[in-house]
Design a protein around this ligand. Sequence first.
Ligand code: NAD
Ligand code: UDP
Ligand code: UDP
Length: 311
Amino acid sequence: MRILVTGGAGFIGSHLIDRLMNDGHEVICLDNFYTGHKRNIAKWLDNHNFELIRHDITEPIRLEVEQIYHLACPASPVHYQYNPVKTVKTNVMGTLNMLGLAKRVKARFLLASTSEVYGDPDVHPQYEEYRGNVNPIGLRSCYDEGKRIAETLAFDYYRQNKVDIRVARIFNTYGPRMLENDGRVVSNFIVQSLQGIPLTVYGEGTQTRSFCYVSDLVEGLMRLMNGEYIGPINLGNPEEYTILELAQAVQNLVNPESKIQFEPLPSDDPRRRRPDITKAKTWLNWEPTIPLTAGLKLTIEDFRARVNSQN
Ligand code: NAD
Ligand code: UDP
Ligand code: UDP
């Protein structure tokens, strides 16, 4: 099959491409390298089944493909808030262009949406029918509302134009190839403890997140794409941790001596987050298999190699 992956040079996209290439598909990677890197897909550049196109999805493009995994969008708060108007354009104009493409070539289209559509949730754990608690004018809204309109567009193209859609709501995902300066909590804590500097815990560290290892997530995305259920469907690991517990887990694995430094909590920071994955279990026969400690070990190994090579 010929498959387009937008945002394919990024963290999740490059792991997905590894799976698709190993399965023998033809893959087109579309990326503007905003937060993605050529090194993430370098090993496929000479493979005749692989094509890399540097392109910004806010501009139209014509390609012939059978499936589209639409992942292009910065995912870390640091990066998506750096140029919030661009984040909105990527989610609105970019998703519109990719849906227009899917409509023209009759490709199946999977949207990488997010648990952020639930905002700072009043319902816990979050199930798919919950409509969320999003601040429409806050610092996170370029991303949260951007993804909400991306979901709206997907469902409108489905109803109006019969585009064959799939919508995944991805919860916090981590693993090798996250950027050292990514700004998300797992990469920050690992880099800090490897460098022997204090771990920056925002607020009191009592807010919670549920962390999914990237290989589990990729498996869920592929099952969703190739199954019959259109979604929206939560994909994430239901094991929930406070941020302080995460800091302690990283300390234990890297450097029990490292200190914790408390810093102010960013505005609109969700207090807790955990997916209800009943639908994913039922429809995709999917659930995560990698526990936090095992996933952290694999991630730390990858970071150790990179952080050491910089010293
Ligand atoms: P990432 O930042 O590593 O990857 C995003 C990729 O999209 C990068 O390669 C970037 O260069 C590319 N990109 C951004 N804007 C673009 C544009 N206008 N045109 C073309 N390419 C563009 O992030 P990630 O963690 O791999 O996330 C991938 C997707 O999954 C995103 O859509 C994100 O919203 C979603 N998601 C991720 C998480 C997570 O925890 N990692 C959670 C929920 C949802
Ligand atoms: N589009 C694209 N590639 C295609 C087909 C469409 O980038 O192969 C873009 C197109 O330029 C438009 C958007 O997708 O901006 C929506 O396309 P659609 O056909 O749904 O709407 P229209 O072109 O009628 O506005
Ligand atoms: N966080 C933290 N220290 C950091 C980075 C993040 O305490 O160095 C907190 C952040 O305030 C949030 C949680 O960790 O409560 C997850 O943040 P991240 O940016 O990884 O993802 P998101 O907030 O989008 O879930």
